[in-house]
Design a protein around this ligand. Sequence first.
Ligand SMILES: O=C(O)c1ccccc1NCC(=O)[C@H](O)[C@H](O)COP(=O)(O)O
Length: 241
Amino acid sequence: MSKLELLPAVDVRDGQAVRLVHGESGSETSYGDPLAAALAWQRAGAEWLHLVDLDAAFGTGDNRDQIAEVARAMELKVELSGGIRDDASLAAALATGCTRVNLGTAALESPEWVAGVIAEHGDRVAVGLDVRGTTLRGRGWTRDGGDLFATLARLDAEGCARYVVTDIAKDGTLQGPNLQLLRDVCAATDRPVVASGGVSSLDDLRALASLVPEGVEGAIVGKALYAKAFTLEEALEAVSV
Ligand SMILES: O=C(O)c1ccccc1NCC(=O)[C@H](O)[C@H](O)COP(=O)(O)O
């Protein structure tokens, strides 16, 4: 059985590594220099980094140069997210050498463009399914964007390689992941799923690891690492079996 991949998160707002609560703009706690945070996760043994440009996601500017600097400095695999919605932002994201990009809003608002991107870039593209209940949210999670399962069926038919599934109600709250949502998504698709939002403990990671046979491939971990609920070394050890 494959082990659960762990993706420590570096979310960048106004040039700083931050964590939000429920993804809400204005709820930031700052954790300093994004490059320092990313290098710390790399030194601790991470194989992946989940790197988010929150300003690009919210439409309040971007941290494109800094994000590119972080991505280029990494030896590990990078999943890049936030505000990738057109040819220019996609080209800039791919040019960082990241392993894959995560499309969110575009999958809801520009389905034809996203279908073309999936057809052209295959496994280098994941789609973020950010939900409240089973309603998708776009534009930095501020606007409704349709039904989760209808969108999933469309993206599956278009050949989407992978989904990053976030329960917004859990994100940044340290309340544990929404395991039922993940089971439901895994039951609806044969594509791998990366779980995001709410991890609070090593037991949460073990619970997510138990869903690997159902299709959960990885878990993004943000707040718990910054709040020192556990170390990344402990997390990697917890999911190593
Ligand atoms: O990923 C995005 O594009 C995004 C857009 C708008 C708000 C938040 C966004 N991402 C947040 C994350 O990816 C978090 O780092 C991740 O869900 C970790 O959550 P947690 O472990 O609960 O801190």
